[in-house]
Design a protein around this ligand. Structure first.
Ligand SMILES: [Mg+2]
Length: 273
């Protein structure tokens, strides 16, 4: 559950190329912190919990809008883009055609809940299109959640790669080493997904995948959030990272994640907020 969130926290201190584009660094230091990726990941966890497993798209839209605006106002200084924060504050939130990587960084809850890849993609699309209704914004969210579904249901990296190429058409031919010198700070799905995917396909553990993503530079917190979500679904988060990472989170975030975990285990059908 925490894969995207810890990726965000670990990557946060290197955003805007403040790192050395290296895989060798301390995972957690006092310069780390959660950013918008964590706040919105928690918001989507809450929204999908409240919507229930069988919700239709309209219900998912309503719950996503409600939770994203609530959490965005609660933590207004988390590093949102200006268009998104305008959406958080407005009384009449409408999608604004974005293909920013925000749709992919917040979607990971959808990767954990559903029984088929088709349903996973349908819900991922619904979480994206309340803001990121550009086809690339929707594709980034669907791909992230689909990779998570396939990873947690036992598909191999090769099978997942084939699916990604066939269904989404991303270029996944370049290695992390080949991508690293090319990388600039671009916050688009069509730039971030191939980089997060390369980090995931090449890494051999949660930590290795996150280190790959951070080593690319640029939008490191979001790259590590997207790749970290995929890696969590395949490998899980190791206990020592779990213990360290949780220390950075606020109580209301931990409570909401716990509510999501209970929902996944069918302990709770009732709304909790
Ligand atoms: Mg961020």
């Amino acid at each position: 559950m925490y894969g995207a969130i810890f990726g965000d926290i670990i990557g946060s201190r290197f955003e805007f190329d403040r790192g050395g584009k290296t895989k060798t660094f301390e995972l957690f230091t006092n310069q780390c912190g959660w950013t918008d990726d964590t706040v919105m990941t928690v918001a989507i966890m809450e929204a999908l919990t409240n919507a229930g497993k069988d919700a239709d798209a309209d219900t998912i839209h309503t719950e996503c809008i409600r939770s994203m605006k609530k959490w965005g106002k609660r933590y207004p200084n988390a590093g949102y883009g200006s268009s998104f924060f305008g959406w958080v504050l407005t009384d009449d939130p409408e999608p604004y055609g974005s293909f920013g990587n925000g749709s992919a960084m917040r979607v990971s809850a959808a990767g954990w809940i559903y029984d088929t890849v088709e349903r996973t993609r349908e819900v991922a699309k619904a979480t994206a299109e309340v803001t990121h209704n550009h086809p690339e914004g929707i594709k980034g969210a669907e791909c992230t959640a689909a990779v998570m579904f396939l990873a947690r249901t036992g598909k191999s990296k090769e099978e997942i790669k084939e699916y990604v190429i066939k269904e989404f058409g991303y270029d996944v031919s370049k290695t992390v080493d080949e991508l690293r010198p090319l990388h600039e700070h671009v916050e688009w799905c069509q730039d971030s997904l191939p980089k997060a995917l390369a980090s995931f396909f090449e890494g051999d553990s949660y930590e290795d995948v996150v280190r790959n993503a951070v080593s690319l530079g640029g939008d490191t917190d979001t790259l590590a959030a997207i790749a970290g979500a995929m890696a969590d679904a395949m490998y899980g988060v190791p206990e020592e990272i779990m213990v360290q990472g949780k220390k950075w989170l606020e109580k209301d975030m931990l409570d909401t994640i716990k509510g999501f975990e209970d929902f996944l285990q069918n302990k709770k059908d009732l709304k909790y907020c």
